[in-house]
Structure formats: C-alpha cells, structure tokens
Design a protein around this ligand. Sequence first.
Ligand code: PGA
Length: 254
Amino acid sequence: MVGNWKMELSHKAAVECARAIKKMLSSVEVSADVVVCPSYPALPEVAEIFKNSEKVGVGAQHVHWEETGAVTGAVSVLQVSAFAQWCIVGHSEQRELLGMSEEHVRDTARLLLTHGITPIVCIGETFTERQREETVSRVTQQMEVLLAGLTRPGISKLVVAYEPIWAISSQNMGETPEPAAVAEVALLIRKLTATKFGGDAAERLRVIYGGSVKPDNVAAYVSEPGVDGALPGNASTMVSQFVEIVKQVQKAAE
Ligand code: PGA
C-alpha cells in the first residue's frame, strides 16, 4: 500500500497527516507493507515520525537517474537515502515533466537498488494507447526495457505499479479499469519476468495497481490473483480514507 501524496499537502499538512496516520493505524492490525510518499522537504520529519514504526515506511516520489551532477532542481538518491526506504520511479507525471524515457526509468530503478531502496516503478498506457488497444504492447515494451537492466536479486525487491494513465484521478475521466483487466496486465508482467528470470523471480515480484484507488474499490483490485497491493494518490492525502484503504486491504488478505 503506497500513498502518493504528490504536491497536494503543505509542509504542515504533510506532517499532520503522518502523525494522524500513525495514531489511527496504532490500533489496526497491518501485515502488508504500508508506505507514505511525501514531497522532499517533508521527508526528514515524516521519516522521524515513522522511525520505529513497524507498520509504515517512508518513500520519496522521485529521484534523478544520475547519482550526482550539475542538474539544477533535481534530487539525488544520496539525498533521500537517509529518510526513504522506498521510491516511486517513472510516475507518469514525472515522465511528462522531465521527458523521462524507459531507459531513465530503468537506470533510476537500478540506482535505487544499489542503495538498498525499493523502487516502485510505474508503468501503464495512455488514453490514446488504450483506445488503440495497445495496452499489451505498451506494457511489454516498458517491462522489457526495465527487465533488461535488472538482475534476479533486484527483481525480488522490485515493485511494479500498473497505473493506466487515463485512470489517474487528476485526469478527470472518471473511469477505472475492471479488476479482471488489471489482473490480466499483472499476469502479463509476471510472464515477461518469468521469461527472463524464471518462475520464482516472477512470483516474488510485487505487482500493484494505481489509478483512482479508493476505500470502496481497493478490495476488488487486491482480491484479484497476482495483484499484491495498491498505489492511491488523492485518497492517500485524506487520513481516514487512507486508513480505510489499509483496513480493506488487510481484510482482503485474510
Ligand atoms: P490517484 O493517483 O489515486 O489520485 O488516481 C494515483 C497516482 O497518480 O499515483
């Protein structure tokens, strides 16, 4: 369960949100990995809040694919590694902002793994690609580039988030994929992984779904075979919704 707070919360609101999540989850049994991803300036404070938490980990929303360099405004893995155990990679909003290529996504994931940070790599088709029925070819192309740059041990730490761009709430299309369609893509992702690294690696790979995840639809997604979790954005910035999503996922896993 990865909460992507995007740029939705002020610094103060992010810290308050983290404190409230900690408090509300204290009485909830959580066996899944729960992660919150604040903006960079809030990372140290949010990391401090969850320092000894067994329930919630902290992630960054992006890092640059180079470790260091003259890149004004960018943030390196070296600057987040003290605070984050997880990092979103290749979110469609970052891909668009930075012109991030599949190779950049692959390099970022590889770099994070060398620093012991779990990459949560976002892939998925655009609205136009979906209309042209290119979901399979798009996801295949994205996975092939990613897999070509990783090793078997890396795969067992990786999280792939299938996030169809048209389903993200800010796109205002009001549509989400059928849970069964998400399961089909998750199966495709595992098949491609198995072809390169074998069945065991494909099983260990975690595949999650993102795109307008809410308390009332998350159970349907995570109940599908091969769908291990979810990546809510908007709903994760509302404490009660995020906690309810965690509860729903927990219930679905029991
Ligand atoms: P959403 O965002 O849940 O608001 O659709 C998900 C994401 O973009 O990661």
